[in-house]
Design a binder for this molecule. Structure first.
Ligand code: ATP
Length: 337
């Protein structure tokens, strides 16, 4: 039986459909990554799982317990660390953990023992007695993690645990997560960092527009694509018609298995290729057609290629589109003032 089973979740916020039909199974004992761009529905999924939000449709089972019928039992099994946690700035980190332990009804002796373990695990010795108001982003995230782990949850759920952190703090949190999984805690984390999911996840799902669009181990997902990737940009190549003309020109080149037109950022072509000297042949074909190559790069398949294959845009383009929507909204608001 999987530790966690989400089936056919749907959730709308007024007219905004955050989850279309999301199903997911997370096995026990692994670190499971949910990868998706901003607005894909990751936080909504995790909040439903953490029993903070009710879905419109669908079911949630944690260790065989129906989370919608028996949220209390599910909360005992789970530690949830939200994206933004409100921390009382006046308290010290130690006082905050003590308070958290009391909320979990831990006995003071158990609570203090567990706190010592977590302070050591997360490297918080030097600053745990300072007021939280003086903490850096990385320190705050470590304190959040400690709070989520105080009651020794079977499943730790983390919403973008390293967003905005410097490389060193991110690395320290990755190390702690790996140790937790080795000791038997299951971890479900959401992220929009490809490299984070690639580095940490035993299994993963890619979420887009409220649905799971790919699921498996990171290697499986990449292997399913087969072949190397070639990204191709050509000067003066700016509309779909041009892109499709080029697609027809390059499709017959020996070694080209597939061509996906990448619609974002002025159209580029993403090719799946196999065999030697394919780049050379592509270059020749483009030269003969009189098309100057702007960029041509070959690489092994990445998780971004998996995303591109499923959605027709890269994860970064999806993020830029969301950022663009936000900017446009912002501009609209300003022009209305
Ligand atoms: P991010 O990485 O930016 O946190 P996400 O993948 O976690 O994104 P969600 O926060 O679940 O995505 O949001 C999914 C969609 O639902 C988005 O379109 C978002 O704007 C919308 N949404 C989320 N919360 C609310 C809310 N309280 N009211 C209205 N719309 C919301």
């Amino acid at each position: 039986m999987p530790l966690l089973e989400l089936a056919h979740l749907q959730k709308s916020y007024g007219p905004v459909k955050a989850l279309e039909d999301l199903s997911l199974e997370v096995p026990e004992g692994c670190l499971y990554g949910l990868l998706g761009p901003n607005g894909a529905g990751k936080t909504t999924t995790l909040r439903i799982l953490a029993t903070l939000l009710a879905p419109d449709q669908g079911t949630v089972q944690v260790a065989g317990i129906d989370a919608l019928q028996d949220p209390r039992s599910v909360r005992c099994l789970m530690g949830y660390v939200a994206q933004e946690v409100a921390i009382d700035k006046i308290l010290t980190g130690r006082e905050l953990l003590q308070l958290q332990g009391d909320l979990y009804h831990l006995r003071p002796s158990n609570r203090d023992k567990r706190m010592q373990e977590l302070i050591a695990l997360l490297g918080m010795q030097d600053w745990i007695d300072r007021r939280c108001g003086t903490y850096s982003g990385g320190m705050r995230r470590r304190l959040d993690l400690a709070s989520g782990l105080l009651h020794r949850p079977r499943l730790l759920v983390l919403d973008e645990p390293t967003v905005g952190l410097d490389i060193e703090s991110r690395g320290a949190i990755w190390q702690v997560l790996r140790e937790l999984v080795q000791e038997g805690t299951s971890v479900l984390l959401s992220s929009h960092y490809l490299e984070e999911v690639e580095a940490l996840a035993d299994r993963m799902a890619i979420i887009d527009a409220g649905r799971v669009i790919a699921e498996g181990t990171p290697d499986e997902l990449k292997q399913r694509l087969g072949g190397d990737r070639v990204t191709l940009r050509v000067r003066e190549f700016s509309d779909q018609h041009e892109a499709e003309r080029l697609q027809r020109l390059l499709q017959p080149v020996e070694g080209v298995l597939q061509i996906v037109v990448n619609r974002a950022q002025g159209y580029s072509l993403n090719l799946v290729v196999e065999g030697d000297h394919v780049l050379q042949r592509l270059r020749q074909q483009l030269d003969q057609a009189g098309l100057p190559v702007f960029a041509l790069a070959q690489s092994r398949p990445s998780l971004d290629d998996v995303y591109l294959q499923a959605t027709g845009r890269t994860l970064m383009d999806a993020e830029l589109a969301v950022a663009g929507q936000r900017d446009t909204k912002q501009e609209r608001k300003q022009s209305m003032r």
